[in-house]
Design a protein. Structure first.
Length: 161
């Protein structure tokens, strides 16, 4: 893997990030699977990746900084998606992140009834699987792989220009 040029890695990660986001929106809007709050948060690294790689095409002399940024983004994405996987599997309790849309102070009975009528998606619920794996599981695996690839690229930067 260390023999592949950095520009090729950027192109592949850019294409994958676009594919991941398009797939997420297809699953949400076409197939009708509503995402939980963590699912929405897990999309952020892909948006950041698209922005950073686009910048790398414009400002080419900062390539190593872009590699480091992408490695940090996918390391954080690994942690977020592993946290989500842990909630799905039941070895981590749901946190306030999963209830971002709920208000803490419900003042009236009407507000309470309205809140109960809203359809909230639990971070524990897996509504869509691919080959038996949840999207959080797949995202964990992919984010860890991309982190390792990017860290390898940083460590072998001079060889891969």
């Amino acid at each position: 893997m260390s023999h592949i040029k950095n520009k090729t890695i950027f192109n592949l990660i850019l294409l994958f990030s676009i594919f991941a986001l398009l797939s997420a929106y297809l699953i949400q809007y076409v197939l009708g699977h509503k995402p939980c709050n963590l699912c929405l948060i897990e999309r952020i690294p892909y948006f950041l990746t698209i922005i950073i790689i686009t910048l790398s095409f414009i400002f080419k002399k900062y390539e190593k900084i872009y590699l480091i940024s992408l490695a940090l983004i996918f390391t954080a994405a690994s942690l977020i998606s592993f946290y989500h996987f842990g909630i799905e599997q039941g070895f981590i309790k749901e946190s306030l992140v999963c209830d971002l849309n709920k208000q803490i102070n419900i003042l009236t009975a009407e507000d309470l009834l309205e809140e109960l009528k809203k359809e909230t998606i639990s971070c524990k619920e897996v509504t869509f699987r691919i080959l038996g794996l949840s999207l959080a599981t797949i995202n964990t695996i992919i984010s860890i792989l991309l982190s390792f690839i990017l860290i390898n690229k940083i460590l072998n930067y001079e060889k891969n220009k």
